[in-house]
Design a protein around this ligand. Structure first.
Ligand code: NI
Ligand code: MN
Length: 230
């Protein structure tokens, strides 16, 4: 059976995505992540995608990149910060896409902040829109509030949307439901919840509402579990 892509939710907003023989890590927050069952010295990566500078997203990027030789992809400001630490980088910015070996990756708008752990300026936060080499479209929203231009992202025709539902720092369940209505993905996976008490959510209740009010299929995978497509 041919797998177009496999997405593992490591926990919080950390994802491992395998597609076309490439291993991508997204927002590799491992050492201080209470939900992660793997350690930062155990993960493999060809590319590390970083949505924004906050500690629970840039996480262990430097250590993993130095050990694996992975190329980090982020906005220009975070890429510059990583380059100074000896990390191989590919800088992009909002609205810009590039044909990487694993697919066409575009940075999208995110309504959030992006300060780096040492107080450095991290530019604007981003979401990620990946068109795989099989033409599947995976939108990983990063940390964001609801914004109307999610409609534009939805117009691209999403196979899968990975969106935060935790509230407090990002969209909560109500706005995440509205996001699904704008994004109209075939499949949706909620993340950035239940890592800490502050972002505890009833994902089952949210999934019931999404199922009742949209055509999206919700996948409530647990940290460490995979979504395999198709
Ligand atoms: Ni954040
Ligand atoms: Mn976060």
């Amino acid at each position: 059976l041919y797998m177009a892509f496999t997405l593992t939710w490591i926990g919080h907003a950390t994802l491992a995505l395998e597609t076309g023989g490439y291993k991508l890590l997204v927002d590799p927050y491992l050492s201080h992540n209470p939900a992660a069952k793997v350690k930062s010295d155990e993960v493999e990566a060809d590319y590390i995608l970083v949505t924004h500078g906050h500690g629970d997203h840039i996480g262990d990027t430097v250590e993993i990149a130095q050990r694996t030789g992975a190329t980090a992809i982020s906005n220009a400001e975070i890429s510059g910060w990583l380059r100074k630490k000896g990390v191989k980088v590919h800088a992009q910015h909002l609205g810009g896409g590039f044909n990487h070996p694993f697919g066409y990756l575009k940075l999208t708008l995110a309504l959030h902040g992006s300060g780096l752990p040492d107080g450095s300026y991290g530019g604007n936060p981003a979401g990620l829109l990946l068109t795989t080499n099989d033409d599947d479209k995976i939108y990983m929203a990063g940390d964001t509030g609801l914004f109307g231009d999610m409609q534009l992202i939805g117009e691209e025709g999403l196979t899968l949307a990975v969106i935060p539902i935790g509230d407090n720092y990002t969209m909560g369940p109500n706005d995440a439901l509205r996001a699904v209505k704008m994004l109209t993905p075939q499949h949706v996976i909620p993340v950035h919840y239940n890592t800490f008490d502050l972002i505890a959510q009833d994902a089952d209740a949210w999934a019931e509402r999404v199922t009742a009010e949209t055509d999206a299929k919700v996948h409530l995978i647990q940290p460490g579990e995979q979504f395999v497509y198709p």
